[in-house]
Design a protein around this ligand. Structure first.
Ligand SMILES: Cc1cc2nc3c(=O)[nH]c(=O)nc-3n(C[C@H](O)[C@H](O)[C@H](O)COP(=O)(O)O)c2cc1C
Length: 382
């Protein structure tokens, strides 16, 4: 396979692969690890437009990039055209990003219950106003805006085709589809047929496919099955930042893949922790608490015992982490299939949590408009 570069507005992404925005994961540390293995577009954790406009310290941390990070990509979550415009204006005026993605895929009940995230495209005029607002502000600096969404709320309320059409008509530079509905949450399998349908429907800008890519072979399979212009990878790279190297190899016709032995995995995990210390402004305690969630992903399939895993998820300092990792047998080879396949969030379908009467109409009522503002407060995660 020889994949063409991805053209997103004025940005040329040599390898058409995107690191999916993941709250709590895709910070500067993790993005650096991933991009060291291969080309692509590496998106930040989502930041809520309102919190950004109010300059909450955590929001300001989220939109930071390393000096050598090009292009600088930020994902915004918003439920309101006014805050969207303000947030994009701030990014433009302060020159804080080269690409802005808008999140319309979040399935978390506390968000969708108030009409945000994956509930929002159903209110198609509000959705369009948010996207148009972002594009108008970003255009002033020639910054491309993209959207990322799910298929819809459930099989009876699919929104992706209409939402993509509206978004393209108001000027987005690419559309990404996670092949699940809100109801599917992270269960079952992503529906790649819908990605193929979207690709047929949208001819003006790149269409990116997302959902259940666990290997470079899956990335190629998605491209072949859907005709998408590129892929978006989330959970598949948790504990496996080298997956971006595999995908670059696959997309340039090389059969070479990373098959790390335990020593390499331990080194990458340690480096991840060190980078997190930088990400969190030298706060070692915070960084080490954060690395704990990555441990089981890094060691998936490797013969690392329960006691060791427990000890690793209780480390408090880099020195402790080093000491524990040094006790591993570095020569243990790549375990093959056991290290591959699904990882990270899964679970069962979830009944959609929506505002009362939300599905009765695609027009938004004043009451819903008031309620939706609550969807912007105190959230994180997609
Ligand atoms: C821990 C976690 C955090 C996520 N946070 C976000 C987010 O901030 N913004 C977003 O658009 N999607 C978010 N997602 C969804 C992913 O970007 C992606 O669409 C989803 O995981 C499906 O892709 P995958 O099968 O490759 O994981 C998150 C997913 C996970 C597992």
């Amino acid at each position: 396979m020889q994949m063409a570069p991805l053209q997103i507005g004025n940005l040329t992404i040599d390898v058409p692969v995107v690191l999916a925005p993941m709250a709590g994961i895709t910070n500067t540390a993790f993005r650096r690890l991933c991009r060291e293995y291969g080309g692509g577009l590496y998106v930040s954790e989502m930041v809520t437009a309102r919190a950004l406009v109010e300059r909450h310290p955590e929001s300001m941390r989220i939109i930071e990039h390393d000096e050598d990070e090009v292009p600088r990509s930020v994902q915004l979550y918003s439920v309101d055209p006014v805050y969207t415009r303000k947030a994009v204006r701030m990014i433009v005026e302060e020159d804080r990003a080269d690409h802005i993605d808008l999140n319309f895929g979040c399935p978390v009940p506390k968000v969708t219950r108030n009409g945000g995230g994956s509930a929002l495209p159903w209110k198609i005029d509000l959705f369009t106003a948010i996207v148009a607002g972002a594009v108008t502000e970003a255009e002033r600096a020639n910054i491309p805006v993209t959207i990322k969404m799910r298929r819809g709320i459930d099989e009876d309320h699919l929104t992706y085709l209409e939402a993509a059409r509206r978004a393209v008509d108001v000027g987005v530079s690419a559309v990404a589809l996670h092949g699940r509905t809100m109801r599917q949450h992270y269960s079952g399998q992503a529906n790649w047929d819908s990605i193929a349908r979207l690709k047929e429907a949208i001819t003006e800008v790149p269409v990116l496919g997302n959902g259940d890519i666990w290997s470079a072979e899956d990335a190629m399979a998605m491209i072949e099955y859907t005709g998408a212009d590129g892929v978006v990878i989330g959970r598949g790279c948790q504990g496996r930042p080298w997956l971006f190297g595999d995908v670059e190899n696959a997309f340039t016709g090389s059969a070479q893949r990373f098959h790390p032995d335990l020593g390499m995995v331990a080194d990458v995990l340690y480096r991840h922790a060190e980078l997190l210390v930088d990400t969190f402004g030298g706060n070692e305690d915070k960084a080490l608490r954060d690395i704990r969630k990555h441990v089981s992903w890094y060691f998936k399939g490797y013969p690392v015992g329960g006691d060791m895993r427990r000890a690793l998820t209780a480390v408090e300092t880099l020195a402790q982490l080093r000491e524990l990792l040094d006790t591993l047998d570095r020569t243990v080879p790549y375990p093959g299939a056991d290290a591959e396949g699904p990882r990270g969030r899964a679970g069962a379908p979830k009944k959609p949590h929506l505002p009362e009467g939300w599905l009765e109409s695609q027009d938004i009522t004043d009451e819903h408009r008031a309620q939706i503002h609550e969807a912007e407060l105190d959230i994180s995660g997609g």
